[in-house]
Structures are given as C-alpha cells and as structure tokens.
Design a protein around this ligand. Structure first.
Ligand code: 4AZ
Length: 296
C-alpha cells in the first residue's frame, strides 16, 4: 500500500479521509517503527529535526487544544484525523474540510489531551451538531471553518481567545506565530506522533501567498511558514496562535498547502481576525445559531 499519491496534493485531509487517515496513521506508525529500528544513531538522536520542524509540547501547555477522533475502539492515536480548539465551553472550532459529510455520531472530541494514547488526559466529549461555514465549498479552499457543538460542556478550561474581528494588528508580516498538532512530522515518509508538537512560523504578506496559491482569498486567509517549518496532513483544523501580553490569541485554522515545508509553498490558514468570515457565518440559520452559542 502506497500513500505517496496523496502527498503533494493540495489539502490532503478531506472528510472521506476520516477512515483513510486512520489507515494512514497506522501505516505511518508502522513506517516510524521500521525507521527507528534501522536509522543510524545520529538520526535517532535528533527527533526534533524533522508538525514539520517542530518540537514536542509538554502536558497542559495548551489546555484548549482539541483532537478530533473518529469513533471506534482503537488507539486514539490511530483515530485522530484533525485538530481543533475550544472557543467556548461547548464549542470547538475546526476546519470545514475536516468534517464535510461527517455526522456528529461519527466523531468524538478530546480537549486538553497532549498524548493521544493517554486516555486519562483531557476531557472526552460527544458531538451534538456540526456546522460548516455556509460559504465553504469543497474544492474551493476559502471559508474553511466549522464549529462542533459538544454534547456536554468542558469544565475548568479557559477557551482560547479570538482576535477582534476586522483588526490585523496580530497579522504583521514577519511576526512569529505558533502552530500545533498531531499531524505528519516528516516530508519523506508518513509519521504521526502520539505527543502534540508545535513549531514557530513567520507570518507572510498576502502578496506572498497570492503568488503561490490562485485560490488564496486575502479577505479570509492568512499564510505562514518557511522552508522546513510548516503544518502538514493531520494538523488541519488546528490552531495558529500568538501569545501577546500573556494572552493567547488564535489567529488561524490550519487549512491547506502545497506539500509540507517546501520552499515557496507556505501553509494557508483560515484567518480568525476576518470580519467577513464571522459576518458571513450568519448566512445560514445553523451558522447564526452557532454564533449565538459563542456569545454566551
Ligand atoms: C493537509 O493535508 C495539509 N503545509 C495541511 C496543512 C498543510 C498542508 C497540507 C500546510 O491537511
């Protein structure tokens, strides 16, 4: 079984990937094991060298971080298919392409877990409803946002903060942001980590992104990354954030990119600073209801 045909396509996780990604994760761990056994000492000694180019995150560092798991009895590390973030006690923010065609019953969400296989970590929740952005159309990358309403509130955990809509103070090109996730860590072979990883990535100007991606929409997207520092398949739906004056603001949602960590092909994120993104969410009744849930 080969996974290489999917490796350089734009946005590798689609909802059909719910099952496929679990399979990928299995393949990934098999490959990792093989590599670990045969790699020279030097390779094994710097696991951080190759998210792409990131480092392990410590337990509890990002209590609002969420993992989307396809329901089942297997190891959660093999069931994780996307990231997300807690934006109110009952709402998790993710990417629309993570949940297209997915029913609430097919997914569970763990909030505050760092090591996927450690079931004692975090709070596990069922999903009551899934709302994708009404302007998100599969095959067109913009408006890649969805909200998951949890069946029961998450307790004792502060939600991540959103930037004030319509401001770009947090988006200055050149500023460093951080992206975290359990996605692929290797550009050569699929390798999916059990422990959450993160990497610092520079924010880029809209002009730099438009040059690379014809579908880039500067009203609702932002891009970030540099060669060898990027998000990758499996990180989708997760947060791009900045810490400012001791507060954490989520400025993006991992959306797509051409490959991972390649020179001249940065990661593209749904921009949570965008007023248009949040205003147009109310174009569907379900979107409007989710916005109301967020206000509480
Ligand atoms: C993906 O397939 C994916 N380099 C996510 C992010 C990026 C590329 C691919 C950004 O889900």
């Amino acid at each position: 079984m080969s996974v290489s045909p999917t490796r350089h396509r734009l946005r590798r996780i689609t909802s059909a990937g719910l099952v496929a990604s679990a399979a990928l994760a299995l393949v990934g761990s098999a490959v990792t094991t093989a590599t670990a056994q045969t790699a020279p000492d030097e390779e094994r000694a710097r696991p951080g060298a190759k998210i792409i180019g990131g480092v392990e995150q410590s337990n509890g560092a990002h209590p609002w971080m969420a993992a989307l798991l396809s329901k089942g009895s297997g190891n959660p590390a093999d069931r994780q298919f996307c990231g997300g973030s807690l934006v109110s006690d009952t709402v998790v923010l993710t990417a629309a392409h993570c949940v297209t065609g997915t029913k609430p019953k097919q997914v569970e969400v763990t909030v505050g877990r760092t090591v996927l296989s450690d079931k004692r970590q975090g709070q596990l929740r069922n999903v009551r409803s899934i709302v994708s952005h009404p302007r998100y159309v599969k095959g067109n990358e913009a408006y890649d946002l969805a909200l998951l309403e949890l069946a029961k509130p998450v307790t004792g955990t502060a939600a991540v903060k959103m930037p004030t809509a319509g401001t770009d103070a947090l988006l200055r090109p050149g500023a460093q942001a951080t992206v975290i996730g359990w996605g692929n860590t290797d550009t050569e072979v699929p390798s999916f980590p059990d422990r959450l990883r993160g990497v610092n990535v520079p924010l880029l100007s809209h002009a730099e992104c438009t040059a690379t991606y014809p579908g880039y929409n500067k009203a609702v997207n932002v891009c970030a990354g540099v060669e060898s520092k990027d998000s990758c398949q499996g990180d989708s739906g997760g947060p791009l954030f900045r810490k400012v004056a001791g507060r954490t603001y989520q400025i993006g949602i991992v959306s797509y990119g051409e490959g991972c960590g390649e020179q001249g092909a940065p990661g593209v994120y749904t921009s949570t600073s965008s007023k248009k993104l949040w205003d147009t969410l109310a174009e569907s009744p379900e979107g409007k209801r989710m916005k109301q849930l967020l206000r509480r």
